[in-house]
Design a protein around this ligand. Structure first.
Ligand code: KIV
Length: 273
C-alpha cells in the first residue's frame, strides 16, 4: 500500500484513519534487509525494543539503549518505501519527565527519519503523550502487558483476568485514546476486554496476543519466521521454520567444506590468459 503526495510511506494520520476498516498489518523489523522484505506487505513496521532479546540475546528489554534504537531505526529506514515506521522508546528514555521524553523522541525522529515513536504506559503516560503529540511527535501507545515493567509486574503474563486488572486496562485505554496517540498496541489480554476497548476508543487498537477483535495485529517477525526459538508465546503463529533451515544450510556447508566438495570449479577464479 502506498500513500499519495511527496512521502510515499503511510503516515500515522493514515494509520489512524484505518480505524474500523481493513485490519492494519504490522510486524517488527530491526535491519535493512528484513525491512526490504517486509515493507510491501505491511502498513506499519515497528523497530521494537524486543531487538534486545531477539538480536542481542538479552533476557529482557531493560538493557536496550537509545543509541541501539537509533542505530536500528536508521537501518530500517534504509529499507522502507511504503510502511509507516515507528521506533520504540527504550526503558529509561521517557519515564522521568515529559521534557526528557520530548528530547529523546526528537533525537529518534531527527536521527532516524522515522514517522513516529512508541512508548509503554497507560494513565501515567497520557500527559507525556499529549506533550509530545502537541509538539509534533506522533506517538503509538502500548498498554496491557508492558514488557518494560517486567520487574515490577513479576514476569511476563497475560493481563485482564481479574476485575482489578480489567478496570485498570480499561482506564489506560481511555487515557491513551484521549491523549493524542494515533493508535495503541494492546498486548496480552483477554478477548472480551480487547473487543470492548476497540469498540469504545476512537483510535485503532493493534493487538499482540489480544485476539482478532483489534483493529490490527502485530507480531515479532523473527517469531513468525521461526528464527527466534528461546521461547514461543501462546499467541505466536509460526509461518516458517527458518531457524531450522539456517541450521540445515550451515550443516550442509560444513559437510561440503570438510569433504573438499566446496568450493567447486564454478566458485573458483581461473587465471585470465
Ligand atoms: O518491542 C516490540 O517488538 C513490541 C511489540 C509490540 C511487538 O513492542
Amino acid at each position: 500500500m502506498s500513500a499519495t503526495g511527496s512521502q510515499k510511506r503511510l503516515t500515522p494520520t493514515q494509520i489512524a484513519a484505518m480505524k474500523g476498516g481493513k485490519p492494519i498489518v504490522c510486524l517488527t523489523a530491526y535491519t535493512t534487509p528484513m525491512a526490504r522484505l517486509l515493507d510491501e506487505h505491511c502498513d506499519l513496521l515497528l523497530v521494537g525494543d524486543s531487538l534486545g532479546m531477539v538480536l542481542y540475546g538479552m533476557e529482557t528489554t531493560i538493557g536496550v539503549t537509545l543509541d541501539m534504537m537509533i542505530a536500528h531505526g536508521k537501518a530500517v529506514m534504509r529499507g522502507v518505501a511504503n510502511a509507516c515506521v515507528v521506533v520504540d522508546m527504550p526503558f529509561g528514555s521517557y519515564q522521568e519527565s515529559k521534557e526528557t521524553a520530548f528530547r529523546n523522541a526528537v533525537r529518534i525522529m531527527q536521527e532516524t527519519g522515522c514517522d513516529a515513536v512508541k512508548l509503554e504506559g497507560g494513565e501515567e503516560m497520557a500527559e507525556t503523550i499529549a506533550f509530545l503529540t502537541k509538539r509534533g511527535i506522533p506517538v503509538l501507545g502500548h498498554i496491557g502487558l508492558m514488557p518494560q515493567l517486567v520487574h515490577t509486574a513479576g514476569g511476563y503474563r497475560s493481563v485482564g483476568h481479574s476485575e482489578h486488572e480489567t478496570s485498570k486496562i480499561r482506564r489506560d485505554a481511555h487515557a491513551i485514546g484521549g491523549s493524542g496517540a494515533f493508535a495503541v498496541v494492546v498486548e496480552g489480554t483477554v478477548e472480551p476486554l480487547a473487543r470492548e476497548i476497540t469498540a469504545s476508543i476512537h483510535i485503532p487498537t493493534i493487538g499482540i496476543g489480544a485476539s482478532s477483535a483489534c483493529d490490527g495485529q502485530i507480531l515479532v517477525s523473527d517469531d513468525i519466521l521461526g528464527l527466534f526459538n528461546d521461547f514461543k508465546p501462546r499467541f505466536v503463529k509460526r509461518y516458517d521454520e527458518l531457524g531450522k533451515r539456517v541450521a540445515d544450510a550451515a550443516a550442509s556447508y560444513a559437510e561440503e567444506v570438510r569433504a573438499r566438495k566446496f568450493p567447486a570449479a564454478e566458485h573458483t577464479f581461473k587465471r585470465r590468459s
